[in-house]
Design a protein around this ligand. Structure first.
Ligand SMILES: *[C@@H]1O[C@H](CO)[C@@H](O)[C@H](O)[C@H]1NC(C)=O
Ligand SMILES: *[C@@H]1O[C@H](CO)[C@@H](O)[C@H](O)[C@H]1NC(C)=O
Ligand SMILES: *[C@@H]1O[C@H](CO)[C@@H](O)[C@H](O)[C@H]1NC(C)=O
Ligand SMILES: *[C@@H]1O[C@H](CO)[C@@H](O)[C@H](O)[C@H]1NC(C)=O
Ligand SMILES: *[C@@H]1O[C@H](CO)[C@@H](O)[C@H](O)[C@H]1NC(C)=O
Ligand SMILES: *[C@@H]1O[C@H](CO)[C@@H](O)[C@H](O)[C@H]1NC(C)=O
Length: 212
């Protein structure tokens, strides 16, 4: 009998694990992910670990940052690896303006969200809005925030936000005294900048998947 019970417990434990195996969505560019995000990069953000199992101190300076426009709007990309509620592309977001991972205190509005129960796998664009006057004060240049995004399926990850002069103050216009090289780098850092390879690839993917 104990052996049978043990088997039952094992089966129950395995069934409990099934959604973990099948349910995944990630917001990119993701903290701690180099290149194309994979299913294995997906985290389970929690109150205790809003960025999941990522070494924030180590990965923050290495991760691609999402530029924030002067009006507080920014965009990201969510990709799910399976359909259904478990692979939900609908998220909520909470901000750490110190980018330390210890100060997730500000709710961020998602103005354009993904599908709650997607029927397919693929990518969607998210639009988010910082509260008026919100500043990012973390990182080496005191201009980074961390944002933790959690899907309705319980998955997600952190992304890095940056308030650069190019993206948040003048939307890419060359500033007085700024070298063309600096401006080029700032625009390149913006994956949405028109004409960049990332932007073209993004549009192609959206077209192929008939998202737009
Ligand atoms: C990303 O790449 C950098 C070097 O290019 C490396 O130091 C870092 O550990 C990588 N991060 C991840 C999560 O693989
Ligand atoms: C995170 O990375 C830093 C720098 O590489 C290292 O000093 C620290 O021990 C790491 N923390 C954990 C929990 O691994
Ligand atoms: C903020 O500015 C960006 C860039 O011009 C624009 O795409 C976005 O729609 C604006 N957001 C709002 C809420 O007006
Ligand atoms: C969190 O933010 C508060 C207020 O900005 C600051 O005093 C505190 O040092 C921050 N904590 C960490 C761990 O950065
Ligand atoms: C953030 O949103 C959650 C859920 O809606 C709410 O419980 C919490 O009070 C909000 N926090 C702040 C600081 O507004
Ligand atoms: C959106 O996600 C897809 C799939 O991972 C990726 O190929 C594409 O480059 C991403 N676009 C942006 C703008 O990050």
């Amino acid at each position: 009998m104990p052996a049978v019970l043990q088997l039952v417990f094992t089966l129950v434990a395995l069934v409990a694990l099934l959604p973990v195996v099948h349910a995944h969505a990630i917001v990119t560019p993701a903290l701690g992910v180099n290149g194309t995000a994979a299913r294995s990069d997906v985290q389970r953000p929690s109150t205790k670990a809003p960025c999941g199992n990522v070494n924030i101190t180590q990965e923050l300076p290495l991760s691609a940052a999402i530029p924030v426009f002067a009006n507080g709007t920014f965009f990201a990309n969510i990709t799910n690896f399976n359909g259904g509620k478990d692979g939900s592309r609908q998220v909520t977001a909470i901000l750490d303006p110190t980018a330390t991972g210890s100060n997730f205190t500000v709710n961020v509005t998602v103005t354009q969200n993904g599908d709650l129960v997607p029927t397919t796998v693929g990518s969607q664009e998210l639009a988010l809005q910082l509260p008026a006057g919100q500043t990012c004060n973390g990182g080496p240049s005191s201009n980074l925030c961390l944002l933790s995004l959690k899907s309705a399926g319980g998955f997600g990850n952190c992304v890095v936000l940056s308030q650069t002069t190019a993206s948040s103050k003048t939307c890419g216009a060359k500033k007085e005294g700024e070298s063309s090289e600096t401006q080029r780098r700032e625009l390149q850092a913006d994956p949405r900048a028109a004409g960049t390879r990332a932007a073209l690839a993004f549009r192609t993917i959206l077209r192929r998947r008939s998202v737009v």
